[in-house]
Design a binder for this molecule. Structure first.
Ligand SMILES: C[S@@+](CC[C@H](N)C(=O)[O-])C[C@H]1O[C@@H](n2cnc3c(N)ncnc32)[C@H](O)[C@@H]1O
Ligand SMILES: O=C(O)C(=O)C[C@]1(C(=O)O)C=C[C@@H](O)C=C1
Length: 243
């Protein structure tokens, strides 16, 4: 994997284009996500642990919005069930091309199928584990309920959905505090005020965070028996929904 340092927003940009998962982001992605999402590494390893526990024989594990496959690779290491493979899906061709190239260089464990597609358009079937690791936040608000309902319907009884998201808070003081602490986290990771503010502009209208209450309500409406937060670090959280 390439570990180029993310300096995409380091210089003043005249016009700030909407954030896209293109070639320039792919080149710096592992560094960008690790320095932008507090707790990212902990979440990736827990996804591996959960896949080890919930994966079933003759089932599929889905990594939806897989990017360069960090969650897929963590799951692949831990899946011991017979005839259980991983379907990794992303709509960014640049991400998928790079992920396939990295995957070709080897590694043991569950079989992995890498697919370039829109997750709103693929079939979900025989799923024991489904991962949406910081992906749902990029799906238009009006499409989120139907996507979650499709996932629920494609899951086997006893299956798990791991949903990680940037959260927003209804209380204005909480919202201001948590956003501010996240910015402080980014500064401690070496991002400048300019980088932080230009990235914030690029993500506006692209990354749409919702509150935990909204996520939980929608998961229950999709059919899940329960949905709880298992990890939170400021305004970034990961939820477990059980079928
Ligand atoms: C923040 S990244 C996900 C990080 C990744 N899951 C990980 O754990 O490293 C969001 C990803 O979702 C993908 N994405 C956004 N909308 C999508 C859609 N409708 N269908 C498929 N992938 C999508 C983007 O291309 C991007 O790679
Ligand atoms: O909120 C931010 O400042 C972020 O950079 C978050 C975030 C994400 O949550 O996906 C946005 C885009 C990149 O993929 C990496 C991190």
């Amino acid at each position: 994997m390439h570990f180029n340092k993310d300096s995409l927003y380091a210089n003043p940009l005249g016009e700030i284009a909407a954030f896209k998962f293109d070639e320039s982001v792919v080149n710096v992605f592992p560094d960008m996500i690790r320095r932008s999402v507090p707790g990212y590494g902990a979440i990736i390893s827990a996804i591996g642990m959960l896949a080890g526990r919930f994966s079933r024989a003759d089932s599929l594990c889905y990594d939806l919005g897989c990017s360069l496959g960090a969650a897929t690779l963590a799951m692949r290491e831990r899946i011991a069930a017979e005839n259980c493979s991983i379907v990794a899906v992303d709509s960014s061709e640049s991400m998928i091309t790079r992920f396939k190239r990295n995957l070709d260089s080897g590694g043991a464990g569950a079989e992995v199928r890498v697919v370039c597609a829109d997750i709103r358009e693929i079939a979900i079937e025989r799923a024991s584990v489904v991962v949406l690791n910081f992906t749902l936040q990029f799906i238009p608000l009006e499409d989120r309920a139907s996507l979650l309902a499709k996932i629920y319907q494609g899951m086997l009884p006893g299956g798990v959905l791991i949903l990680s998201e940037k959260l927003r808070f209804d209380d204005p003081r909480q919202q201001a505090l948590q956003v501010d602490m996240h910015q402080q986290f980014k500064k401690m990771q070496g991002y400048s005020d300019l980088e932080i503010s230009q990235k914030r502009t690029a993500l506006e209208d692209v990354l749409l965070p919702e509150s935990f209450t909204v996520h939980q309500k929608r998961l229950l409406e999709a059919g899940f028996a329960s949905a709880e937060i298992w990890f939170q670090y400021f305004n970034f959280a990961s939820m477990i929904a059980l079928k």
